[in-house]
Design a protein around this ligand. Structure first.
Ligand SMILES: [Zn+2]
Ligand SMILES: [Zn+2]
Length: 127
């Protein structure tokens, strides 16, 4: 999945752009065959059931756990977050690369060991 996204009301862009998130979200979306878990249309977004904020983005067990993820199409995702909640889709040439690393992302990186453990668990679950 090439598209990237982030929410404008808080700065988790660096998290969404992280290698760990790219790996976990694509593994999860693959495991759901890129099908929306609510309506069966093609899914484009890996949603966090427990929404991410400036605090829990630092917790890999919330931010990177399969248990907290849901494959959604854009429509269902907009409904989940409310229609006023804007979602920006970035393509490969989007401006996300210009985003500076946030404090949250730096703290997130401190949890590298937990992240590696989670990734190992996810990868061993794949058949
Ligand atoms: Zn849907
Ligand atoms: Zn969401």
């Amino acid at each position: 999945m090439k598209s990237r996204y982030s929410f404008k009301d808080y700065d988790n862009k660096a998290f969404y752009n992280s290698a760990a998130w790219q790996r976990v979200s694509s593994a999860y979306m693959n495991s759901r065959s890129y099908i929306c878990e609510r309506c069966g249309k093609p899914a484009v977004i890996c949603h966090h059931k427990k929404w991410l904020n400036g605090e829990n983005v630092k917790d890999p067990y919330v931010a990177l756990s399969f248990e907290n993820l849901e494959a959604l199409c854009l429509e269902c995702h907009n409904i989940e977050h409310g229609l006023n909640h804007s979602v920006a889709i970035f393509d490969e040439d989007g401006d996300i690369s210009r985003v500076r690393e946030s404090q949250e992302a730096k703290e997130f990186k401190k949890n590298q060991e937990q992240i590696e453990n989670l990734l190992r668990g996810i990868e061993s679950r794949k058949e």
